[in-house]
Design a protein around this ligand. Structure first.
Ligand code: WTA
Length: 654
């Protein structure tokens, strides 16, 4: 973020106190901050008491071997039981768990009782496939109820799931299956996106062709499109699951039993398998969902408009809302299918009261114009949330006014795949919100903004965001790579968790997130590493070298801009003849290797890249070019004429 934007942010003077009616009935009041500050362990113990435990814990937090934390030591519980059965046992079986809306307009309603039957059947089906506690299961699905059922079935039998976003390529899926050594994959023939059936099974077939240990592929029929079938390996969900008993006795697992692995981009080409365990994760997912969204399970209709393939979907479509027994909306498709008012139509239809989405969506709606939401009755909304990237004050205010009728608080929630749950956020019944600020750590969470030397910065200054105390839903490690876990998160500032985000404290000490400080881009709220895209580019036969930067983008937050050097004279000549087609081909190549979300917005062929004397590409300078800025300090460059050459070679307007 440029200095100018930063000072604009901090001169943002608008203030929005909590609505009195909401504050009067809020689940959490200012008292929580004091209670947590007085005794953090007692605070989290009380939060964990909101769950049902089969055996009590003997210790709230074990931090005797940092950075390896254990929470609720000795406690035993079943996550699926907590998300489903206990609500049925409490007499709420008829409450709707999900109003599901398919993109073509087909719908399904699942009550908690329905969910219990479905999850039990699916758990029995997994057992029939030979799955045992501890076995990993990959899930590659569209946004349909079976995806939630599959996750909970895994949790129920103690088989950690790894959900791979359906927009990822076969290669990306294969990498994740192999990394966590999953032997079973759950998928669907396809799902509906942008008005058409979009296939998933072919990518699974392609991925699994090189995963010799995958023995079963369980396939949900969603679109009815033709699928290739491997006898003995592929099994239809509707045949296997439907044939099972709807009774399954959940087993209690240790609080530290692995619940899931979620892969996320880091600063190298290889994604990291973030491991979350059961007791601490579920405690914080449930508590934060209850506190930050102020959910009233008997009244609210809650909607996280995100994909289950990301952590936001895990914590705030599946585990948090279900642990709280809330009614949610689950929507399969895109916001502009069949028209740009689709989300607002859904809000109106189901009477959505709480909406949680990413700033990139909000900025897109701003671009489409507020006359679109104006056509719908959005009066049911009472609270709005934002997640995934910094929200600029204008988008925040637009969200509050055009969607929230100027009455709904907007909670800007900062957190990460690694944190498992929200960490820095307003509390809607307590906080006076500032557009663009996530304000302060939630009760029980300790964050700080530090300088290069690890010292807290004074109010009014910026630095790196760190977390100074372990928290219940923190990642436990990177799957199969403890050293990388230590190096990535705990080595930059000893004793502190390094989040990889820049942040600033304002004069009140409130926190403003400023985006990543490492080589990770944030495109439409999706984390993509520059190295991952670079290595996809150099896997193309024409490309010798590539450098990728995230450049500011008015809609997607950042856009991917790639600079490539072509190989050998022959390829160069052939490529020059191809002109624009080459850029298009290389961009598509990245989409094929990683997934469409990683397709560069812009690709420039250059003769040389700016490098330091030690050979490191100076992405900062490329970013200056991509964002049309005057170049920063070039003194560490080996050859400062390189930058002139790059600029001269740019197509006009690039
Ligand atoms: C960014 C998504 C500013 C940040 C839950 C973080 C945010 C990364 C916010 C994690 C926010 C998330 N304000 N930036 N409210 N929320 N981020 O793992 O850079 O997909 O490090 O988790 O998104 O992305 P992830």
């Amino acid at each position: 973020m440029s200095g100018e934007t930063l000072s604009n942010l901090l001169s943002e003077g608008r203030r929005f106190p909590p609505p009195a009616a909401l504050a009067a009935e809020a689940n959490v009041t200012a008292e929580a901050y004091e209670r947590a500050a007085a005794d953090g362990e007692a605070f989290w113990a009380a939060a964990a008491d909101r769950l049902d435990w089969a055996a009590p814990w003997t210790q709230v937090r074990d931090w005797s071997d940092p950075p390896f934390a254990r929470w609720f030591v000795g406690g035993r519980l079943n996550a699926a039981y907590n998300c489903v059965d206990r609500h049925v046992e409490a007499g709420n079986g008829e409450r709707v768990a999900f109003h599901w809306e398919g993109e073509p307009g087909d719908t399904r309603t699942l009550t908690y009782a329905d969910l219990k039957d479905e999850v039990s059947r699916a758990a029995n089906a997994l057992l029939a496939l030979g799955v045992q506690a501890g076995d990993r299961i990959a899930i590659y699905m569209p946004m349909i109820p079976e995806t939630v059922v599959a996750m909970l079935a895994c949790a129920r039998i103690g088989a950690p799931h790894t959900v791979v976003f359906g927009g990822f390529s076969a290669d990306a899926l294969r990498g994740r299956i192999l990394d966590c050594d999953a032997h079973v994959v759950i998928t669907a023939d396809g799902g509906y996106r942008k008005g058409a059936a979009s296939a998933l099974k072919p990518a699974v077939d392609e991925a699994v062709a090189q995963c010799p240990d995958v023995r079963s592929v369980l396939v949900v029929r969603r679109t009815g499109q033709d699928v290739a079938w491997t006898e003995g390996r592929d099994v239809w969900w509707h045949e296997l699951v439907a044939a099972q008993y709807a009774e399954h006795e959940p087993e209690a697992f240790d609080a530290e039993h692995p619940l899931y692995i979620m892969y996320t981009s880091g600063t190298t080409a290889r994604p990291k398998g973030i491991l979350h365990t059961t007791g601490g994760y579920l405690t914080q997912a449930a508590w934060s969902h209850w506190a930050v969204f102020d959910v009233k399970p008997d009244r609210d209709v809650y909607w996280t408009a995100a994909d289950i393939g990301w952590v936001t979907g895990h914590s705030y479509i599946v585990y948090g809302p279900l642990a709280n027994g809330v009614t949610s909306v689950l929507y399969e498709g895109t916001p502009d299918t069949p028209h740009q008012g689709r989300w607002w139509e859904i809000v109106q239809k189901y009477g959505v009261t709480i909406l949680y989405c990413a700033p990139t969506a909000i900025r897109t709606f701003m671009k489409w114009g507020e006359e679109i939401p104006e056509r719908f009755d959005l009066s049911s909304l009472r609270l709005l949330g934002s997640v995934g990237e910094p929200i600029n004050p204008e988008a925040w205010v637009w969200y509050r006014q055009a969607i929230g009728g100027d009455r709904c608080p907007v909670v800007d929630t900062w957190w990460q795949t690694e944190t498992g749950a929200q960490m820095i956020s307003p509390l809607p019944g307590v906080s006076t919100c500032k557009p663009g600020s996530a304000l302060r750590p939630l009760p029980g969470i300790s964050a700080e903004v530090v300088d290069d030397a690890g010292n807290p910065v004074p109010n009014g200054s910026g630095g790196y965001l760190v977390l100074t105390q372990p928290w219940p839903s923190m990642l436990r490690t990177i799957w199969g790579d403890e050293q990388r876990y230590i190096d990535t998160y705990w080595s930059r500032f000893p004793g502190y968790y390094f989040a990889g985000d820049g942040a600033k404290k304002d004069e009140d000490g409130d926190i403003w997130l400023l985006g990543r400080v490492d080589d990770v881009m944030n495109v439409s709220g999706h984390r993509i590493s520059t190295t991952e895209v670079e290595s996809a580019l150099v896997s193309h036969p024409y490309v010798a070298e590539a450098a990728v930067v995230g450049a500011a983008d008015p809609t997607t937050g950042q856009g991917i801009v790639a600079f490539v050097i072509l190989r050998g004279a022959g390829e160069r000549a052939a490529a020059t003849a191809q002109g624009d087609d080459l850029a298009k081909e290389l961009r598509s190549h990245v989409a094929k290797e990683i997934g469409p979300i990683a397709r560069p917005r812009q690709l420039l062929v250059v003769a040389e890249l700016p490098k330091t004397r030690s050979g490191k590409i100076m992405r900062r300078l490329l970013r200056d070019i991509a964002e049309n800025r005057a170049l920063g300090d070039v003194t560490t460059l080996t050859d400062s004429t390189v930058m002139d050459a790059i600029r001269e070679g740019l197509p006009s307007g690039a």
